[in-house]
Design a protein around this ligand. Sequence first.
Ligand code: FRU
Length: 493
Amino acid sequence: MTEKYRPYLHMTPDSGWMNDPNGLVFFNGYYHQFYQYYPSDTVWGPMHWGHKISTNLIDWQELEPALYPDESGMCFSGSAIVDWHNTSGLFEAGKPGLLAFYTSFIQPKVTLADGSEVEDPIQQQSLAYSQDGMTWTKYADGTPIIPARGNPDFRDPKVLWHAESQAWVMVVSCGQHIEFYRSTNLLDWGLVSEFGYRHGAHSKGPWECPDLFELTIEGSQETRWVLVVGIGEGAHCGGAGTQYFIGDFDGETFINHNHPESVLWLDFGRDYYATQSFSDIPVEDGRRIVSTWMSNHQYSLELPTQEFRSSMAMPRELFLFEGKAGLRVGQRFVKELSQVLSLDVQTPEPSDEQAISLYSLQEVMKFSADVTLQDTQTLHLNVYQDNPAYFEFVCVEQGIEVRSVRRGQFGSERIDEHFPHDYRVTLPIENEFQVEVLIDKGSVELLINAGQYSFTNLVYAKETQTSVALNVDSGSLALRNVQVSSLAGEKTC
Ligand code: FRU
């Protein structure tokens, strides 16, 4: 189970391949996280739904896969809900149960006029059910509840209850748009609208892994609907990325409140894809918690791990805030993270006027500080001493420009071409801002202003000790509220 790049805090499969989080649902005291899973190899293969449970979103116990591929197809991504009132009629009278909606994918061979054979991909929406969340049965042996629609890319159903119009809604990606379906019995679904033509970011590939939920604007009673959509290639800094739209949803139609051509990214890193939110979080908790595949299709198959491939980003709680450029979705690490990390009681002091370096003997470290940047300064934030990744911050007219640089050569053409990066993003924020960095083996997550903006990147350092070094090229380094925490809470600097 232990290997150089096996994270401590991030969910990984015990062995085998993992991609998208699926069927995230809270039931009977457990968070259930299913995921795209191929147990027999560390590269993508016939898709199962792997299954883990947790009580704190950080420590996950792996169970038997919930869904296996069979004649009805592979089990592609999807969602789960609690059927509290046995609306589907699939459970024992008076007892709730779980329903999982997934895409069944088959590739029958068809013979062309010239006698040659080609694969004809068919994607359809299917259902599985479970009384206890542990053992699952495919409804009607996998026969789809929404059959193929002619588009080869028709997948990743997300189901939610729309209280205002008293119906279940299913959001499905189809080619490069989203389709909305409605149902009152969770079994029969009717198409009610489509969204996405000429809205947001498009590229060669299909839209994938949609999600839809309502969020309250921080500091107000008002709410907006947020539609999350992945694009597998052509995102802001190469490869896969997760965009979102903010608007209204009346149970049938999504209205985008921004210009169709405006593109909002949920995260500005390279490794944040297929974000999905948990269903049925208790009302008294009220959080919109998400899990996200921390990888990128551009190089995911060649990452330098041995027994397993891929991890999930630290689960995050989403929030909606009014920023300088309008309403935006931010994300903070779930509060459970602070229960497994302990804060160093002593506040580290800068080692000189212009720099501060913090080392941890451990392989996990969280660092946060408030920064005030002068107009002429460049702030460098390095993680690890062998410098596999760093950020730079400078003041520009529209806010703060963040440069993200990552290095890494692994001896294989595709990953060596796509993994290293050097790009800049301008964030509409003031020159006083907060940085928060979570370093675990194999990844660095940077949050700005308590999660208003985030950068999630895989980073493979040669060394195992973590470190954070901040320095400015001129003037003095103005830092306040420096906090460092680590797994066992030992003194780290
Ligand atoms: C996104 C995705 C989904 C699909 C799944 C297959 O990463 O392509 O659209 O359901 O992966 O594993």
